[in-house]
Design a protein around this ligand. Sequence first.
Ligand SMILES: [Zn+2]
Length: 266
Amino acid sequence: MRNCASLASGIYNSSRMDRELTAEELERYRRQMIHPGFTAEHQARLARSRVVLAGVGGLGGAIAYGLAGAGVGHIAIVHSGGLTESNLNRQTLMKETAVGHSRAHTAAERLNEFNRFVQVSAHDAPVTEATLLPLARGADMIIDARHNFPERRTLNRVAVMTGKPLLYAAMDGLSAQMALFRPAETGCFECLYPDSPPDWDPFGFPVFGAVAHTIGALAAMEGVKFLSGYGALSDTLTVMDMNDYGIRRFRLQPLAGCPVCGKGSV
Ligand SMILES: [Zn+2]
């Protein structure tokens, strides 16, 4: 799945798919490559990896920063709309002068400044199947950093349809959670959350930047592990309480008859 040069379209620059790491890149990533067992091949896999990141707010921005810093080679950002004043308490990829401008493009510019070895594409478009499918087919992972259930379900459907893992992260006030769905092993988002909270207001829940960044960093590490092939992958829903710093983990499992990932579904 990771060597998908044959799937590359105009979305991704195929000329860089199988390239070797340069001396500059080896120096850039030296401090993570001295970690015991994390080899040049793991790093090269990151450089070849392609992810679709839906949502580049406080949470998605932290994920993007973690992945770009680690050297994930291709990041496609999907986020519709412009930056507002009230976004700025948490969105570290943004800046005051970008208020009113596209968040997807602002994030891509910042990430390109941060790491010149990473290709970032910005898609200022709604999170729909039409937007996601062309990107997802050539990707190694889809990342859900959105804040509402309809878009999360769209991302989950696209992940199952294209056979790609879905890295999920979410937060609400001082509570945050993260999971990496691989349907055959863990079930999918729909298995975990078959129902949506009827009173969920995607623009009305409290957000502290530090909570979004913490769970975003955790998700980024899970992404780095999956994409590089290094380390143990989580098969749980990890839930953090940032009030007392308690962490609980719940084993994920496929739901019999799941309408999304169950037998005979999409
Ligand atoms: Zn499912």
